[in-house]
Design a binder for this molecule. Sequence first.
Ligand code: AMP
Ligand code: TRP
Length: 333
Amino acid sequence: MKKKIFSGVQPTGNLHLGNYLGAIKNFVDLNNDIQNECIFCVVDLHAITVSQNPKDLKSNIHETVATFVASGIDPKKSIIFNQSQVSAHSEAAWILSCVARMGWLNRMTQFKEKAGKDKEKASIGLYSYPVLMAADILLYDSTHVPVGDDQKQHLELCRDIAQKFNNDYKIENFFIVPEPLIKKEFSRIMSLKDGLKKMSKSEVSDLSRINLTDDKDQIINKIKKAKTDTLPLPSKIEELDKRPEAKNLIGIYSSLMNNTLQKTIDEFAGKNFSEFKEKLSEIVVNEINPISLKIKELLDDKVFLEKILKDGYEKANEIASKKIKKIHEIVGF
Ligand code: AMP
Ligand code: TRP
């Protein structure tokens, strides 16, 4: 059976190695399989759930498209489009927000993390964000959704919303209940400064992440300064549970080499971090440097990037408009 793949990335700048290994690298593999129909969405409606500078948002949209293409997603094979251009997303989000329950949303850990202590001051959009994400996915009859580990709970919510809508309106299989595609290992890349915090676009210290636009020297410097402990590299996987920074660096290495953790551990057991970091820098630079050069080149060609978004809009809008029309009929509008 043909897989229908859908995923989204927020245009909030600083796309990093976590986005790449947790999500974008999988998008590329899925795009390369001719069995799949892929749709990749630049989710600007999600971005404004926290304050954005309008000028930066526009350039971050271009940068996200450039990153998709530079990483190897072929816009001829996959649909790449901008969420806000297809109005069915906002419409479907409203309708689905009347299906989703407060109790379900109250459990979302990402909202709790992002809203922080002062929940009263968080936007309503930040709270209902996973409902919009469900709308994105369900409008396209998506069967599989590749994401990083942090989005797992949102996908479960999307499945619940799809099932409740189908039950409430008594239309079996109207919404396809999608499957998450989350890598078993290394689906959460951690900060280079704190192995217990995920690598994030919004972390103040730029040293905490490797941006996909970093040049060779920046990458080498960040890996050199990455936090480690004082012990040599472990010889057993179990030791990693107590050594989060070591685990993260070994995980990044393994993921880039398509190795198991065990294989990397066997290769470096007992060696010191300076030696390991040199090897790690080499492979991160080999993977990221061509992408960062390509991003810079593509960002100079706004006409090309706009053309991708226009073509993507037309294709996405055709699919989504049909689905929202059916939703209207089912609901009784
Ligand atoms: P975002 O930048 O929040 O829109 O995330 C885009 C994609 O990258 C989503 O699929 C996330 O799950 C994934 N992602 C973000 N941060 C990380 C991380 N530190 N490790 C692994 N995946 C991540
Ligand atoms: N919420 C996702 C994130 O922050 C982005 C996203 C929006 C998404 N809509 C989506 C991911 C639909 C997968 C499918 O990472």
